[in-house]
Design a protein. Structure first.
Length: 220
């Protein structure tokens, strides 16, 4: 039976939070505003730019701020950046097994393509679903459902990997078997949002067992 692996991008296929934290730190510092990683995780992590900038910097041009923030992010992300540990090995296995793969992200299109090139994984993905290009973005399940439609798979045949609560809610509501990547949040935070399992990265000793479990569930 056909299977698919659906991947969030930021914080899932690469550790990108330190770059986002640093760039937002610049914006806050330039305005003389207090800032911390706690503010980032509480007000920014996993949210849309369309929501973030009007709330953080009211009265400013939110669209221009978002464009500037993403340009600064891309400038910090250079080619040769390592992907999440084990990501390439998992994608190689997917190719051997004949599993379909897709990226499902709230990142802007330019950022998503830049990130995939920077970590050297762009050749693996023919399907790239951008939340802002769907009728509704994460935490709505629509981006994941759109990926399933493009791949021609059913929810019960899919595994989705996410690192944020917003993304996890989208993955879980789509009907995929949702696995949390603990690159920024504790396992309990991801389970609160619907994760059925959590791993540290794609080399986690628990992952082979989870993949075997899904194989059994989707072929039964």
């Amino acid at each position: 039976m056909t299977k698919a692996l659906l991947f969030d991008l930021d914080g899932t296929l690469l550790v990108s939070d330190p770059l986002h934290i640093a760039v937002f730190g610049e914006f806050f510092a330039e305005r003389g505003l207090p800032y911390s990683e706690e503010i980032y995780h509480r007000k920014i992590h996993g949210a849309h730019n369309a929501e973030i900038f009007p709330q953080l910097f009211p009265g400013e041009d939110a669209q221009a701020l978002a464009a500037e923030k993403e340009a600064r992010f891309r400038a910090r992300l250079s080619p040769g950046t390592p992907p999440m540990p084990g990501a390439k090995e998992l994608l190689d296995r997917a190719a051997r097994e004949g599993w379909a793969v897709a990226v499902v992200t709230n990142a802007p299109h330019d950022n998503a393509e830049h990130m995939l090139r920077a970590i050297g994984l762009d050749a693996y993905f023919d399907v790239l679903v951008i939340g802002d290009e769907c009728a509704r973005g994460k935490p709505d399940p629509e981006p994941y459902l759109e990926a399933m439609r493009r791949l021609g798979v059913r929810p019960q045949e899919c595994i989705a990997f996410e690192d944020s609560q917003s993304g996890m809610r989208a993955a879980s509501r789509s009907g995929a078997f949702a696995i949390g990547i603990c690159s920024g949040l504790a396992p309990d935070r991801l389970r609160e949002a619907g994760a059925k399992a959590t791993i540290t990265d794609f080399r986690d000793d628990a992952l082979p067992g989870l993949l075997a479990r899904i194989e059994g569930e989707t072929t039964s």
